[in-house]
Design a protein around this ligand. Structure first.
Ligand code: GRF
Length: 268
């Protein structure tokens, strides 16, 4: 018999996806509960959803760390166990030719923030960390300290587009402005890149001539609220298996990709 899972959540905004997951826990659809809610900004309305239910909440103010680094970089200290060259060798957020100072500033400020996040999360052991509208990229520093068991990813994200199309901060806007006739949302495990991790689930909707950005977002969000709890439920049931696939290509080369296989539901 599987134990109920302990779910940690990180939010930046209104937290409607978090609410959908909390509701599914409450209804017993997900065998689990939310054990903490963290945010990168004190203004996240999602924090209030947790406070109402007496779920522990905390804030690590990324913005203030980043502003401080711009003014007085020497006052932003990286954790003792942070090694810039290790992080740079793993990350795929920036291309190899990106401006060195920008990249360094990014990883130093994020490591400072992520060390605080890990510290705040520490009192609350968890099985799964859900990013529910958390608008910060996580770095290998943080990811490696959460994913400590090989081949058992445990950070999930929801993205408002049909990945691998339109990664980044404005999935619905990018889908709409491109003139797509279908849009969607994707739940995936987090890897070292931006919205590039192995896909767990996707939902799609049609875009019609009279749709607007607002109506596209509305259709997408409705699907997000169905999809995210379903994916968390599958995790709780132990049905998500990460595997490394190799596919032969026409030119004799091979393509490697880490994917998620969905195992059959448990027998009742
Ligand atoms: C969602 O569209 C999600 O896909 C994206 O940010 C939005 C968050 O909405 N990452 P909410 O905070 O869950 O209401």
């Amino acid at each position: 018999m599987k134990q109920p899972i302990r779910i940690g959540a990180l939010v930046s905004g209104s937290g409607t996806n978090l609410q959908a997951i909390m509701d599914a826990c409450e209804l017993g659809d997900i065998d689990g509960s939310i054990v903490f809610i963290g945010s990168d900004t004190p203004d996240a309305a999602g924090l209030k959803r947790g406070r109402r239910l007496n779920i522990p909440t905390f804030v690590v103010n990324y913005g203030s760390i980043i502003r401080r680094y711009k003014k007085t970089p020497e006052t932003v200290t990286v954790p003792d166990d942070f090694d810039l060259s290790t992080v740079l060798s793993k990350q795929t957020l920036f291309p190899a030719d990106a401006d060195g100072e920008t990249v360094k500033a990014f990883f130093i400020t994020r490591a400072a923030a992520e060390a605080k996040l890990l510290e705040r999360m520490n009192p609350y052991p968890f099985d799964l960390l859900v990013l529910a509208g958390f608008m910060r990229n996580l770095t290998p520093y943080f990811i490696d300290r959460v994913n400590t068991v090989p081949d058992h990813p445990r950070i999930m994200n929801i993205h408002p587009a049909l990945l691998p199309a339109f990664p980044g901060i404005d999935g619905y806007g990018d889908t709409f402005r491109y003139g797509c006739k279908m849009g969607g949302c994707t739940v995936h495990f987090v890897d070292y890149g931006e919205d590039s991790g192995p896909i767990i689930g996707q939902r799609a909707y049609e875009i019609f001539e009279d749709d607007t950005l607002a109506s596209v977002r509305e259709k997408g969000l409705k699907l997000e609220w169905e999809l995210y709890p379903k994916c968390v439920k599958m995790f709780a049931e132990g049905r998500l298996k990460k595997i490394r696939e190799t596919y032969p290509l026409k030119d004799g080369k091979k393509m490697h990709r880490t994917v998620v296989r969905i195992l059959p539901p448990p027998k009742r």
